[in-house]
Ligand binder design. Sequence first.
Ligand code: DAT
Ligand code: MG
Length: 137
Amino acid sequence: MSIERTFAMVKPDGVRRGLVGEIVSRFEQKGFKIIALKMMTASPELVGEHYAEHRERPFFGGLVSFLSGGPVVAMCVEGEQVVSEWRRMMGATRPWDSAPGTIRFEFATTVDENVVHGSDSADSAARELGLWFKGEL
Ligand code: DAT
Ligand code: MG
């Protein structure tokens, strides 16, 4: 058994489109445990820190204004292999590369508004949970 925690998020496009229930229910149907969940509007500073690895990319400015431009739903989710499993449930970054049945396949058409976030490794999960749920877990 390898019980892990990951950081998951419904991005502003997902919240705006009323997909929070759909996405939360995927965790529940799968059997993963939601440890914490909150709706919030993130500051550009928090989003910039969250996406620090992309700071030099041409899309960084747009990414930060999109992510800080409306409420998101931030979650800490626990379960066996949940870091990689949630990435699999989300689908590929570019929706046209994502597999049928995944969230990005079913609900997204563009890479810049792709509905959900999930940590890409155990180290990223620990870092991102520390940022978004500082002192709360
Ligand atoms: P993921 O969200 O699958 O972890 P990532 O870490 O490579 O993908 O990129 C983070 C986010 O940045 C991604 O969800 C959407 C945005 N992004 C990535 N590549 C992009 C691009 N070429 N143009 C616009 N936005 C992009
Ligand atoms: Mg990423």
